[in-house]
Design a binder for this molecule. Structure first.
Ligand code: ACO
Ligand code: PYR
Length: 541
């Protein structure tokens, strides 16, 4: 069976940049364009040349891509020719192979937003498209508010898209600009457009996620015959975002009827780079990746419940809709109070600890994990702290050192320049072998800024660990998350610390206490003990 070609159009760099709080630099745009190109999308919409200096500069220095690079703009304004419209000129001057112009197709917007007649708007669309075609560009017309426009005045909505198509537009893109249309309506209206004479292989779909239906609406349009689908990485976009290509792409490649019905520019090999592409965008945006994102989220293949974990270990298809490796993701079986011995054995195996089924230590570890979770600990992500507990119960955890006491003070005082500053100081007394050492540290960084009591403690603890010093010199704290787990006077604080070392390892530990400093200290101790254990440090005598 021959598969029909379905074109993927990415607008991360244009509509994605309309996300509140997102502002790409030209270099970030270049990195994202290269990521998209490697993935295999057909079009990359780079932004609106002329709208702002970054977009203009980006088009001047854009990377060479296999994908068709596209400039975005709006149809010419009334009262001037396409040739004389300076906004359109800036878009055309970017010199891209394809140009996508947005125009009105809802009669209400023509009157309310543009303040011109319906006939003038239709003419603006036709002349703008004709101008792009004469200039030798592949022309795309984004029919703004098309679905709402069609519901209000179908004849006029169709008149606008027909004008663009007759003027030579390669693609007529039907936009659910406000994101409020439902999948059956998208299906019905897309079919009506095709029935009105615009062939499906010239029809595109651009949806917004205001009712969490952007992906469903895109699939509905494809089902109805549209052959270009627009979206963004991680669903970035104006308001609630656009159709999420990170979800749509694997759906189109792996799910029926799409997988055997359509061919896209994304290969199965490139699909394995999807999770990496998604994380890269989050990295650029300095955003925490959404754990529950379909296909690419860290929890997308996490099997927390005991019944699930038990079956997964026998056959992963029992609780997985696809093999996570197809999208470059990985399966995890976390430990928690929802876990059974199957989770436990899988998690131990991940840590390189093989324990035979039926070993009584398994029950003890599970009981200890569940009891500690009831106190506020969480081992879902704190894999290293979990490993320490497990090794302790299995008699495999060396006692490297003992903390005899610690003290932290936080002071606010005037500095030499008569400015009020804070200063944190920590003292830690540690017993290693038979000897006690006392370390003192301040939390001041190289700029003279106080980094707080936890920083002072961590520096004091890491300052003199005697024979273990070489093992922890490259240890760095990279993230620190604090959470109050119970309300009122019973409140306890949970601290999760992420650490990294020179070998590129990253691990998470947890501490719990009514006192935030104490909880942090516990997580810090676990971080150090885990590193010493993993590096097989000999126990000092
Ligand atoms: C649905 C979408 O997401 S479309 C993409 C929207 N993206 C953006 O708006 C981001 C980039 N935009 C910008 O930087 C600016 O809006 C610019 C540079 C394009 C224009 O800036 P300004 O000239 O200051 O105009 P402003 O943004 O205030 O208003 C837009 C103007 O375009 C007009 N306009 C809107 N759509 C169209 C259209 N399809 N065709 C012609 N004119 C249009 C509006 O009527 C308004 O004109 P008015 O000021 O005479 O009323
Ligand atoms: C063009 C566009 O981004 C929209 O109509 O939503």
């Amino acid at each position: 069976m021959t598969r029909e070609r379905l074109y993927l159009y990415d607008t991360t760099l244009r509509d994605g940049q309309q996300t509140q709080g997102v502002q790409f630099s030209t270099d970030e745009k270049r990195q994202i364009a290269e990521t998209l190109d490697a993935l295999g999308v057909d079009y990359i919409e780079g932004g609106w040349p002329g709208a702002n200096p970054t977009d203009s500069a980006f088009f001047d220095t854009r990377p060479d891509t296999r994908a068709t690079f596209t400039a975005f703009g709006m149809t010419k304004r009334a009262g001037m020719s396409a040739e004389n419209d300076d906004v359109l000129a800036a878009v055309m001057n970017a010199g891209t192979r394809a140009v996508c112009l947005v125009g009105k197709s809802h009669d209400f917007h023509v009157k309310a937003a543009l303040g011109i007649t319906l006939a003038e708007n239709t003419e603006n669309i036709a002349r703008s498209v004709a101008y792009m075609v004469v200039q030798g560009r592949e022309a795309l017309f984004d029919a703004e508010h098309f679905f709402d426009g069609y519901k209000a005045n179908p004849d006029y909505a169709l008149e606008t898209v027909r004008a663009a198509y007759d003027a030579g537009a390669r693609w007529i893109v039907l936009c659910d600009t406000n994101g409020g249309v439902m999948p059956p309506e998208v299906h019905k209206i897309t079919r009506a457009v095709i029935a009105a004479g615009i062939p499906g292989d010239h029809v595109g779909i651009h949806t917004h996620n205001d009712t969490e239906n952007a992906v469903a609406n895109s699939l509905a349009a494809i089902d109805a015959g549209a052959r270009q689908v627009q979206g963004t990485l991680n669903g970035l976009g104006e308001r609630c975002g656009n159709a999420n290509l990170t979800t749509l792409i694997p759906t189109l490649l792996l799910k029926e009827p799409y997988a055997s019905g359509y061919e896209t520019g994304v290969t199965l090999t490139a699909l394995e780079g999807l999770t990496r592409a998604s994380r890269k965008l989050d990295d650029i945006l300095n955003r925490v990746p959404m754990r529950q994102a379909p296909y690419v989220g860290a929890s997308a293949f996490a099997h927390k419940a005991g019944l699930h974990a038990s079956a997964i270990l026998k056959n992963p298809t029992t609780y997985e809709h696809i093999d996570p490796g197809l999208v470059g993701n990985t399966r995890i079986v976390p430990m928690s109070n929802q876990a059974g011995q199957s989770n436990l054995r899988s998690r131990l195996a991940d840590a390189g600890i093989e324990v035979e089924k039926g070993n009584p230590a398994l029950g003890r570890i599970l009981d200890r994990v569940k009891a500690r979770e009831a106190e506020g600990y969480s081992y879902d992500t704190a894999q290293a702290s979990f490993e320490l507990i497990a090794r302790d119960e299995l008699g495999q955890m060396p006692r490297y050192f003992e903390v005899k006491r610690y003290k932290v003070t936080v002071e606010r005082r005037k500095n030499k320049r008569n400015r009020m500053v804070s200063l944190s100081e920590a003292v830690v007394v540690v017993k290693i072998g038979g000897a006690k050492t006392l370390s003192v540290s301040e939390s001041m960084d190289e700029t003279g800024q106080d980094r707080g009591p936890v920083n002072a403690l961590s520096k004091a603890l890491a300052k003199d660990l005697g024979p273990y010093q070489d093992y922890i010199d490259d240890l760095r704290l990279v993230d620190f998350k604090v959470r109050i787990t119970q309300g009122g006077t019973e409140a306890v604080t949970r601290v999760i610390v992420d650490s990294e070392d020179g070998q590129g390892r990253r691990w998470s530990t947890v501490g719990v206490s009514p006192n935030i400093v104490d909880a942090s200290f516990e997580a810090l101790l676990d971080a150090i003990n885990w590193k010493l254990m993993r590096d097989k440090a000999p126990v000092a005598t």
